[in-house]
Design a protein. Structure first.
Length: 106
């Protein structure tokens, strides 16, 4: 099943991408948009460079972050908000179809 993901890049441009279910947000963005300085650790939840803001209307669709993600968000990211998540920690499923995320500033 293809999942539609709406991505707003650091310049404010919206791109709609479709990826296979089970793909992480980090991998979807890296493969389709390839922004600079994004997802540097390869998806192991240590660098914080795949920091995204999940649209407030979509945030409740995503599982609560694990302790290691919360720690990385606090220690490694600039300007975390209540809607901050690491893209490497969210595997896209059918219930996430058509969610919107914004790539956080570097």
């Amino acid at each position: 099943m293809l999942i539609r993901l709406n991505v707003i890049d650091r310049q404010g441009k919206k791109t709609v991408i479709e990826v296979e279910e089970g793909t992480s947000i980090r991998d979807a963005i890296e493969d389709k948009i390839a922004p600079d300085n994004f997802g540097n650790c390869g998806g192991i939840c240590v660098c914080g460079t795949c920091h995204v803001y999940v649209n407030s209307n979509d945030f409740q669709k995503i599982a609560t972050p694990a302790e290691d993600e919360v720690s990385t968000l606090k220690e490694e990211t600039a300007k975390p908000t209540e809607f901050s998540r690491l893209g490497c920690q969210i595997e896209l499923k059918k219930e996430h179809n058509d969610i919107t995320v914004t790539i956080a500033p570097e």
